[in-house]
Design a binder for this molecule. Sequence first.
Ligand SMILES: Cc1cc2nc3c(=O)[nH]c(=O)nc-3n(C[C@H](O)[C@H](O)[C@H](O)COP(=O)(O)O)c2cc1C
Length: 307
Amino acid sequence: MNSVEVDITVNLRGLKIKNPLMLASGILGVSAELIMKALEAGAGAVVTKSISLKPREGYRNPTIVAVECGYINAIGLANQGARAFLKELKRIKEQSTPIVVSLFAENEEEFAKLAQIFEHSHVKAYELNLSCPHVKGVGLEVGHDPKLVKKIVKRVKEVSKKPVYVKLSPNLPNIVEVAVAAEKAGADAITATNTIRAMAIDVDAAKPILSNKVGGLSGKALKPISLRCVYEIFEYVKIPLIGSGGIATWRDAVEYLLAGASALQIGSAIAYEGLEVFKKISEGLTSYLKARGYKSVGEIVGLAHKP
Ligand SMILES: Cc1cc2nc3c(=O)[nH]c(=O)nc-3n(C[C@H](O)[C@H](O)[C@H](O)COP(=O)(O)O)c2cc1C
């Protein structure tokens, strides 16, 4: 009954989804079966794990560790490569399936090649993961350079008719500057944020736990950081924002919407809440909206900015 009275559909520049909740990249979006499972559980859309032109093995174990307030992972962007992944996605016959493919590369030409591989498939949009290390900038991510970000987005928009979302890292010294650059280059939405650099040390072995030593922190501890990023970016860009970082309850979801996100991604919470988290959050969100007399979820986007 709630869902009839309150409209929680979201239109992300051409990708219309039944609710604002998306499966975050790298979490289950690895096979046709798991993608369908997340959608059946109530996700509005699924972002696949990040895909590169060539297959990548990733780092050796351990690649993920649970900490007090989340997880630190360093998977090393392991994936089977774009052509093999396209074949996997083609196993999903329903053309309207809301799939966003996450792409990662080192430069604009590689990103364009990747988009061209998926361009004639039923994939609905691309999310560019700009957290990949930048070959020319030691220790820096591609997303650290606003000029490179512009080049990448422009080039992908030139070769693609699909919406292009840009996922940014909270490690950036000025995330707003990069978000503005992406918008100017034609991005259709900004996903904020990816994980933040972190580490854990085994006191018995006296060594870092992850094989890569440093990884990305996700989950509860990331929430206030990503939420602040969404809030700041909202003040400077007009394209929709997609919140990602520590969303586990409908209250977290509402916080992000009030900060300015139009849609939300859920990752780590699935590890302890299971896929039911999608239904739980969309029901809680619908009740919140209904109790306050809102007719649609869009009405609360960015409300926390009002004086
Ligand atoms: C195990 C794991 C793998 C991930 N892989 C990717 C990835 O391939 N590409 C990407 O853009 N983000 C990746 N992420 C980041 C998530 O998509 C998400 O942005 C981040 O975890 C914050 O959301 P959360 O706190 O709900 O997990 C990964 C996160 C985890 C925990």
